[in-house]
Design a protein around this ligand. Structure first.
Ligand SMILES: *[C@@H]1O[C@H](CO)[C@@H](O)[C@H](O)[C@H]1NC(C)=O
Ligand SMILES: *[C@@H]1O[C@H](CO)[C@@H](O)[C@H](O)[C@H]1NC(C)=O
Length: 499
């Protein structure tokens, strides 16, 4: 079973830009063709919960039942698997988890060739489990266009999807179970700057146009495996680590009037731009895989626990934050996201990093703690202990630069965790509006813009309001959304005034 290859691309080269221009010239008629009219959304996976990839290329993993208990205990809402293993699908039954299963690349030709094979596949892998197992999507093929060896199968993707769609239609299931495929970023010939994003010309007409038409008509997500890690690791001298880790205070690129403060958004918008150029700008994205490795070969810089923890923690906050969903090009459009991966997988081959993408060791211990609901701020996590297993790459402290020791005494007013987002949002709006808090540092490029989460921004604003108004009788309450603390919440260049 192939799940995951090392061929991913982020793109920061001038060649990319050139490639983009060439494609632009070749597809002039397509640039402005926007689809319209498909309003009433029947996309699945709308709730703001996190997803995880449950890969199993290992010989030391716990049983599917135990794995599912772990997933539930972490409050993860969706699970993606790389096949349709009956044991795993059974373990996922009656859990409330949304499940994205898969038809592996090598099984595409059979299903493409015969309606009977397709019906049988659906009987065995869907009907035997649904609806107890809440399958919401089936990914047909993973990174198919990234494998030259799979070239004979490229043309069979749509016939397979069409057959499966007919099989599901016979059961009236097409609005419940969506079909799609997952691509790597190397379907793009150009990804930098984001508006230059364009699909490889040889993929567009024959393969991607029919696929995107299907996704558009069936309101199914276009799944993309997106790894800022690989883009950054390919050019760490020119791409700031902070930009890859959602920690930049200045834009990594400003393009067509839009500023990109993190590499993930830039990569996603390169895909959005590519979709727009072929007339499918309204097809929604889902991130089928993203993550950061905790260890790798000695030469693989940046693969360490601190960076992985920082990336995934901030990723969760960003993707689930009501106030900040979407990308600069597609603000407000929720992007269902699946972290790669649940467990470290010891039988994966390739670079040293491949075995170390898990948020958990096979024994069920977390490699680092992570709040999958996105309410914890960086500062609320306990400092990452040095882990001797990973001592080849000393982790930088993610949230505090040296020389900026936090104050040791004082009182600060911060947002409570676990409060409802609408409540926190309206308290934040009040603080920055009528409340007169100094919210300038929360603007793009401001010293407290990052981490860019509702919780962090609210904390800063609540504290500013409290410190300004306290002498005149202002309190730290905000309808119960705020609380006083005696630990300085300041971090990096973001200084919280104290009293
Ligand atoms: C599908 O829906 C149609 C129309 O509502 C109904 O007649 C048919 O029995 C349904 N088929 C299945 C397999 O549920
Ligand atoms: C789980 O495995 C990790 C890595 O091998 C190890 O460091 C940790 O101590 C183990 N935890 C338990 C509870 O055995």
């Amino acid at each position: 079973m192939k799940t995951h290859c090392g061929r991913r691309q982020g793109g920061f080269s001038r060649l990319d830009l050139l490639g983009g221009l060439i494609v632009l010239l070749l597809w002039p008629a397509l640039i402005s063709s926007q689809r319209t009219g498909n309003t009433g959304s029947s996309y699945r996976m709308e709730t703001h919960v996190m997803g995880i990839n449950y890969g199993r290329i290992a010989n030391d993993l716990p049983s599917p039942y135990e794995a599912v208990q772990k997933i539930k205990s972490m409050k993860i809402g969706r699970v993606k698997i790389f096949n349709s293993d009956a044991g795993v699908l059974s373990a996922l039954a009656n859990t409330g988890l949304e499940v994205v299963s898969a038809l592996p690349n090598e099984d595409i030709p059979g299903v493409a060739q015969s309606m009977t094979a397709s019906d049988q596949w659906v009987n065995k892998n869907v009907l035997a489990h649904y609806p107890a197992t809440n399958i919401v999507s089936i990914i047909v093929g993973n990174e198919l266009f990234s494998y030259e060896s799979m070239k004979p199968t490229w043309a069979k993707l749509m016939p397979a999807i069409n057959n499966l769609h007919s099989s599901l239609a016979k059961q009236n299931l097409t609005s419940h179970i969506k079909l799609s495929t997952a691509v790597a970023l190397d379907v793009l010939s150009s990804s930098y700057p984001p508006t230059a994003g364009a699909f490889k010309e040889e993929l567009v007409g024959q393969y991607l146009q029919p696929l995107l038409k299907f996704l558009y008509n069936s309101q199914s997500h276009f799944y993309v495996n997106v790894y800022p890690y690989f883009a950054w690791a390919s050019d760490p001298e020119h791409i700031p680590l902070d930009y890859a880790l959602f920690g930049a205070s200045t834009p990594g690129v400003t393009d067509n009037g839009k500023s990109y403060y993190n590499l993930l958004d830039a990569q996603l918008d390169a895909v959005n731009a590519a979709l727009e150029k072929v007339g499918y700008g309204q097809v929604r994205l889902a991130i089928s895989e993203t993550g950061w490795p905790t260890a790798g070969d000695a030469a693989q810089v940046g693969a360490n626990v601190a960076n992985a923890a920082t990336y995934n923690r901030r990723l969760v906050r960003k993707m689930l934050s009501n106030s900040k969903v979407g990308t600069p090009m597609r603000p407000g459009v929720f992007i269902p996201t699946f972290i790669f991966a649940l467990f470290n997988e010891n039988q994966k081959t390739g670079q040293g990093t491949e075995k170390h993408w898990g948020v958990m060791f096979p024994n069920g211990t977390n490699v680092y703690s992570i709040d999958m609901t996105g309410t914890m701020s960086d500062g609320q996590y306990s400092p990452l202990a040095d882990n001797p297993v990973f001592s080849n790459a000393p982790p930088p402290t993610p949230t505090q630069s040296p020389g900026q020791a936090p104050s040791t005494s004082g009182t600060w007013c911060v947002a409570k965790s676990g409060m409802g987002q609408p409540m926190v949002q309206s308290a934040l709006d009040f603080a920055c509006g009528a409340g007169g808090a100094d919210c300038q540092p929360l603007q793009h490029g401001g010293s407290c813009f990052n981490p860019d989460t509702l919780h962090d921004h609210a904390s800063y604003a609540f504290n500013s309001y409290y410190q300004k108004t306290k002498a005149a009788g202002g309190s730290c309450n905000f309808g119960g959304a705020a609380t006083l603390v005696t630990t300085d919440p300041s971090h990096d260049t973001c200084k919280f005034p104290a009293s």
